[in-house]
Design a protein. Structure first.
Length: 619
């Protein structure tokens, strides 16, 4: 493939571009999900490993997102639905398998957590749908984005105090205020627990935290490590997450400066190494690496103890492990943390003071130093090293005085390489570089993201669709029916149907009330004016009762109507006829009760042996 062909075929990695190229993919997703939440992907400038041990991390949002949709079910079971992931190398969405072990653990956790937040007394199952614009297993935090979006969607579904407008409001807060917000803290800790399952039980919470944040600039995050030992039972890990303290800051909040959005003096991007990585598998290796360092430190300490008999001389040896064998590992993590601080400081200088060779050089040098230390943790690979070296060589050939920076992002062992260069200088060369790497090294290598082509991301978590909150995706604007459904178990939810699906529902539903055409159907049979006195008034009253299911409603609380002033009128022309017709046609009694006097009475609708549907709107 020639360079020009590769350029022509590449689809910009941002939500706007992908939605324009694949509208049907989004229509299919949103038509299934009454509640859908999205969160951005991200890459990590530094802190991949240090953050796990309480160190400093710096993360950058990407302008492509992961969408999580909740489709309620009549049963209490959870099930997998769509899982589509964009593959930038092939330029299309592909079906992605759910990991059965991870899925089982997440569903097990959610059954416990939903009971804590659910206002409804009866648990309702759901189908989980995922649409990811962010390619998976490349170190771009898809697991964190899924965790944040899923936790938010579940709160919107089960915890009715979690209103979309509340979420929208607190996302603009200073992060120091946001982390003290009870609703945010509740949702975030659930996301943190979900993310811990994706990461083999080990997580700082960084990956789940950052997708919540609205920020044009990097997000700083750190926590007090209270995690139990490696390999602990999930219950202990979840308990530790509930107790752990954490802090987050936008870069400009941390350093107290203000600059216009996207005031970047550098270009940066992501190159796919050609090999996927598995964060969970890589994290499982850390205890072994840690043990190796501790074992060597222990042996050296023992030898020094034997060779140097004077305790004062022994203590004066700088290479003597004064803190015990664990100190050797802690020093490596500390070194990573210190370079993270250097990266944060040099980023702040670049953004606040602007372009200078000195400031650029300091930032690029810090990135490269971080990559060098990651070699100690065996996180890099030959492919990643080759890409980094090729980036450096390209910078040298272009005679870029400040140099360029490149390092792995995420857990390593594959995935993406992040690179950074002075603004404008490197752009043409990156396209040539990708083409050379594909031709002479690995044809799977590709440009996953480029800031000057794909743009920047400023928004964090977004409620894309919430039918009960009257938030609708533009992708359900035509040919979709919005239906309220009260099932036999007493769960009330809103569903979306294509017009074909709604046509079939109308034939099969126990009781369906069409609020648009003022028609009532029982098992597909349309009720005539001889069977029901006023279909429109009957629908109005049942709709009001559906919104207050299980509660006794005083007649004076109903919308004004001649039927609700007189019990005999209501019972003789609405409630009585509807109960008789349903009973006669399907053999079940509608649990619609009325009691009290002639002018002061109460009406109550309770779940029963049939499903009730109400067509509310057609888009």
């Amino acid at each position: 493939m020639s360079m020009s062909e590769a350029k022509m075929q590449r689809i910009a990695m941002n939500s706007k571009s992908l939605q324009e190229h694949f509208p049907q993919v989004y229509r299919d997703f949103f038509s299934k999900c009454p509640i859908a939440v999205s969160a951005p992907g991200s890459f990590i400038w530094s802190g991949e490993y240090a953050s796990i041990f309480g160190g400093f991390s710096i993360t950058q949002l990407l302008p492509c997102r992961v969408y999580v949709g909740i489709e309620p079910r009549s049963t209490t079971e959870m099930a997998n639905g769509l899982y589509l992931v964009f593959n930038p190398s092939l330029g299309k969405f592909e079906s992605h398998p759910y990991d059965p072990l991870i899925r089982a653990e997440i569903f097990k956790l959610l059954k416990v957590e939903i009971k804590k937040i659910a206002i409804k007394s009866k648990y309702q199952g759901f189908v989980l749908h995922i649409l990811s614009e962010v390619p998976t297993e490349r170190g771009l935090n898809t697991s964190g984005a899924i965790s944040a979006a899923l936790a938010t969607a579940l709160h919107l579904t089960y915890q009715k105090n979690s209103k979309p407008e509340k979420i929208k409001k607190w996302l603009r807060l200073f992060l120091s205020d946001l982390t003290r917000n009870h609703l945010f803290d509740q949702i975030f800790r659930l996301a943190w627990k979900i993310e811990s399952i994706y990461h083999a039980g080990v997580t700082s919470g960084r990956g789940a935290f950052v997708p919540f944040v609205h920020s044009a600039y990097p997000v700083i995050y750190f926590m007090i490590n209270q995690s139990p030992s490696w390999g602990s039972e999930p219950k202990k890990i979840f308990e530790a997450i509930d107790k752990s303290k954490y802090w987050g800051f936008r870069l400009n909040e941390f350093f107290d400066f203000e600059v216009p959005s996207y005031h970047w003096p550098i270009d940066f991007g992501l190159i796919y190494s050609g090999y996927e990585n598995s964060t969970a598998s890589i994290i499982r290796m850390i205890p072994n690496i840690q043990e190796d360092f501790m074992e060597v430190a222990g042996k050296i300490k023992e030898k020094i103890h034997q060779k140097i008999t004077d305790p004062k001389d022994r203590e004066a040896c700088r290479f003597y492990d004064h803190g015990g064998k664990e100190a050797a590992w802690e020093k490596i993590i500390e070194a990573l943390g210190i370079i993270s601080l250097k990266i944060a400081s040099s980023l702040e200088t670049l953004l606040r003071k602007g372009y200078s060779e000195e400031h650029l050089q300091e930032f690029f040098k810090s990135l490269n130093q971080y990559q060098n230390i990651l070699h100690i943790l065996e996180a890099s690979t030959t492919s990643i090293d080759h890409i980094c070296f090729s980036v450096f060589e390209r910078g040298r050939k272009l005679d870029i005085v400040s140099g360029v920076g490149a390092k792995l992002t995420g857990a390593g062992h594959g995935g993406d390489v992040v690179f950074a260069a002075p603004i404008g200088i490197f752009r043409k060369s990156v396209e040539e570089l990708i083409n050379e790497l594909r031709t002479f090294y690995n044809k799977e290598i590709s440009l996953d993201y480029a800031s000057w082509i794909d743009g920047y991301e400023e928004e964090g978590i977004k409620v894309e669709q919430c039918l009960e909150g009257k938030i609708y995706s533009s992708f359900v604007s035509r040919g979709i029916a919005k239906v309220i459904h009260l099932n036999k178990q007493g769960n009330l939810h809103t569903d979306l149907y294509t017009l074909e699906e709604y046509k079939n529902l109308k034939k099969e539903a126990d009781l369906l009330l069409d609020n648009i055409n003022n028609e009532i159907y029982v098992k597909g049979q349309h009720l005539t004016s001889k069977e029901i006195h006023s279909a429109s008034k009957t629908i109005d009253i049942v709709q009001f009762l559906l919104n207050h299911v299980g509660k006794e409603i005083k007649n004076s609380d109903f919308p004004e109507s001649s039927y609700t002033r007189d019990r005999n009128e209501l019972q003789g022309k609405v409630i009585g006829p509807l109960i008789k017709i349903v009973n006669r046609k399907i053999g079940y009694k509608l649990n619609l009760k009325i009691n009290g006097g002639i002018v002061d009475f109460w009406v109550k609708l309770e779940p029963g042996n049939l499903d009730i549907y109400l067509l509310e709107e057609i888009f």
